[in-house]
Design a binder for this molecule. Structure first.
Ligand code: SF4
Length: 424
């Protein structure tokens, strides 16, 4: 191999940062190197990263292997002690060419491989400018990093530090750069995106940022948010939901559970009733809105009844895109010190919540048959509607925005036929 190869795990923020890492590593003249940008959200994610490192070492005996990302930040020793690994960079260090210019020599001790600072000491998020998002038709833009909350199950703040926002002007420049590069959909992403602006002069909100982007860049065809915390949605955001057709009718919510006692033990900031109320308010403003949600099954102390409250919340809220996480104890988090449920029970509950999610997804697909939808065509013969539903798009050109008639579905994606000559 030659040049720089990047392997990305985890969230859209990592996908965006992998583009920054590639550009910075190339700027430093790095060659014959593999950057593994890891995720620490679950034990499984860390296991997969270690497996990938062993595989790429086998396939590339002479390449330089550099591990970065949240698992490198929170479990640096684990990776430094791997013989396959040449360097371990923290989440801050991975974003600057200076790090790639001063890498440790081959064959040094585990200690000497480490370039990981105290992420809690980081106060700013340096604006980055990427030209494209490799392999993606939709452009993710990082607007915020880190998190000031401390949900008891979550390791992210220990991997990414406290909340910090990218100044609005830098976000606008980044978006304009990507739109000029041909991207028609912009996805604003962060760790806790709804806390955007709390550390900036004048404390602009996420909603105000989105409004400003759409006002200053009329060429943006579709603006989407990655995951948000419903309890922190601001008034500008509710305006956009109600009035702005270019603001996509889809929200992915960090709900996590449907039982108030478990939400309390998770240190979440919303109750079941507040989550339901938010979803009802949004549906009143924008009836075609679809919702996705992250939910955890098998959190410590969860009883059968409490678990049933998680399933019933997803059903009552009509969550069309449910992402289910079997609870995974993360080292150093308060929940890892609580009495744990049996692994088999956690797996069984996750399977039951997933099948509830599949039922909900199926009825969402049923409701879309017979409608007309605008699609953004992706690279893999698939496309997404405005409300983020997957559609098979054989023969259509990536990046095209086309209007189609939805004819049927196969339980996973919709099928379509082109609506009369409405391609743009
Ligand atoms: S809000 Fe909670 S779950 Fe989300 S990143 Fe912060 S600590 Fe983790």
């Amino acid at each position: 191999m030659s040049g720089v190869e990047v392997i990305t795990f985890g969230c859209r923020l990592n996908t965006y940062e992998s583009e920054v890492m590639r550009a910075e590593a190339e700027k430093a003249g790095l060659n014959n190197a593999i950057l593994v940008n890891t995720c620490a959200v679950t034990g499984e994610a860390v296991r997969q990263a270690r497996q990938a490192i062993r595989r790429v070492r086998r396939d590339n005996p002479h390449a330089r292997i550099i591990v970065t990302g949240c698992a490198a930040q929170t479990e640096k020793q684990t990776f430094a002690e791997m013989a396959e690994v040449d360097a371990v960079l923290g989440n801050e260090e991975k974003l600057t060419s200076a790090s790639y210019r001063s890498l440790p020599d081959f064959g040094v001790s585990a200690e000497e491989k480490l370039r990981v600072n105290d992420i809690m000491s980081v106060r700013h998020t340096a604006p980055q400018m990427v030209k494209h998002i490799d392999g993606h038709v939709r452009a993710f833009i990082q607007v915020q990093n880190g998190c000031d909350h401390r949900c008891t199950f979550c390791i992210i703040p220990y991997g990414r530090g406290n909340s910090r926002s990218v100044p609005m002007g830098a976000v606008v420049n980044q978006a304009r750069n990507l739109v000029e590069g041909g991207y028609r959909e912009i996805v604003l992403t962060g760790v806790d995106a709804t806390s955007y602006g709390g550390d900036l002069p004048g404390e602009p909100t996420l909603g105000l940022l989105a409004k400003t982007l759409l006002k200053q860049i009329p060429e943006i065809r579709r603006l989407r948010l990655s995951s948000i915390d419903s309890i922190e949605a601001d008034a500008h955001l509710m305006d956009l939901i109600a009035e702005e057709p270019r603001f996509m009718p889809h929200l992915h919510l960090s709900l996590q559970h449907g039982d108030d006692m478990i939400l309390k033990r998770m240190k979440r900031r919303h109750s079941r009733a507040e989550a339901i109320r938010f979803i009802e308010d949004v549906r009143r403003l924008r009836p075609e809105m679809s919702f996705g949600a992250d939910m955890i099954a098998g959190f410590p102390t969860e009883t059968d009844e409490m678990f049933d409250n998680a399933v019933s919340l997803a059903e009552e809220a009509g969550i069309a895109h449910l992402h289910v996480f079997p609870y995974s104890p993360r080292p150093g988090t308060p929940a890892a010190r609580m009495p744990q449920l049996d692994r088999a029970l956690i797996k069984e509950r996750a399977a039951r919540l997933r099948s509830a999610g599949q039922r909900l997804h199926r009825s969402h697909l049923d409701s879309m048959v017979g409608t007309r939808q605008w699609l953004l065509v992706e690279n893999n013969g698939l496309a997404h509607t405005e409300n983020f539903t997957l559609v098979a798009a054989p023969g259509l050109r990536p990046r095209d925005l086309v209007q189609v008639a939805i004819t049927s579905h196969n339980g996973k994606h919709l099928d379509m036929q082109l609506a009369a000559a409405d391609a743009v």
